[in-house]
Design a protein around this ligand. Structure first.
Ligand code: CAA
Length: 257
């Protein structure tokens, strides 16, 4: 791994992926995204990992897809490069992913963040889809996910002007879970990760799948999947333990079975 750094157990059950192209403000080139995909596949299979945090550095989560690598490409070059297939792994990962964002999350960087499951932002974070200013449009889900996150009117404004959203505005529009002082964004992401990591990984995975389905299907199909996943938790030892512990007024011990 050259362009990212992976720590499998930064805290018990919590893995950390750090995007590491600081000179280019973590611009997302195909190699970096392939490394992210490979890390996510490995961490998803690692039973010791329950929650994954992805972060950049204080200055930037990521300032977008790598403009220098794309500038001269033709439409067919872009089609054949098919760079977004690697990005699909972010949404296919079964374990929850928290984006810890400081500084710029622009273009593909904002799309990356929106593909994660939860977002903790430093008060310095800036979100936006400025592609329109370089003569293109979002290509990694921005027109879809930003619209679902902030509503049509605001998405139109942001994507058609390329304006940035401050961390506070992003919080107001529901794009991020929490805004904290700059020194605390990573720590806060770990606090959230550790809270989730204590819970049944089976139930967490099924809940994540069910929530994500609400973005991808009609209500009927989403409700059917949710119901099936709810029933499926009753096949887990964790559900038996969780409910028994509640009745016995003690803390449950979840084993992921
Ligand atoms: N691609 C490639 N290099 C980038 C980059 C990007 N997206 N963003 C920043 N960089 C590079 C700069 O070229 C610069 O490198 P050099 O020192 O070699 O010139 C270095 O990172 C630092 O950047 P700046 O000097 O520009 O820093 P700044 O503080 O003055 O400005 C910024 C910061 C506002 C983020 C500005 O860099 C910027 O506007 N970046 C581009 C943002 C953008 O348009 N993103 C969308 C990309 S397209 C996309 O993402 C498509 C998609 O949907 C997938």
């Amino acid at each position: 791994m050259e362009l990212i750094k992976v720590t499998e157990q930064k805290e018990p059950h919590v893995a950390l992926i750090e995007l590491n192209r600081p000179k280019e403000l973590n611009a997302l080139n195909p190699q970096l995204m392939q490394e992210v995909r490979d890390a996510l596949v490995t961490l998803d299979k690692n039973d010791g990992v329950r929650v994954i945090i992805i972060t950049g550095n204080e200055q930037a989560f990521a300032a977008g897809a790598d403009i220098k690598q794309m500038a001269d490409k033709s439409a067919i070059d872009m089609l054949l490069l098919d760079q977004f297939t690697t990005w699909d792994q972010i949404r296919k990962t079964k374990k929850p992913i928290i984006a810890a964002v400081s500084g710029f999350a622009l273009g593909g960087g904002c799309e990356f963040v929106m593909t994660c499951d939860m977002v903790i932002a430093s008060e310095t974070a800036k979100f936006g889809q400025p592609e329109i200013k370089i003569g293109t449009i979002p290509g990694a889900g921005g027109t879809q996910r930003l619209t679902k996150a902030v509503g049509k009117a605001k998405a139109m404004e942001l994507i058609l002007t390329g304006r940035f959203l401050s961390a506070e505005e992003a919080h107001f529009y529901g794009l991020v879970n929490k805004v904290v002082p700059k020194e605390m964004y990573l720590q806060e992401a770990f606090t959230l990760a550790k809270e989730i990591a204590q819970l049944s990984p089976v139930a967490v995975q099924l809940a994540k799948e069910s929530i994500n389905r609400s973005f991808e299907t009609h209500l009927d199909e989403g409700l059917t999947l949710e119901r099936k996943n709810f029933y499926l938790t009753f096949a887990s030892a964790d559900q038996k333990e969780g409910m028994k512990a509640f009745i016995e007024k003690r803390k449950p011990e979840f084993k992921g079975q």
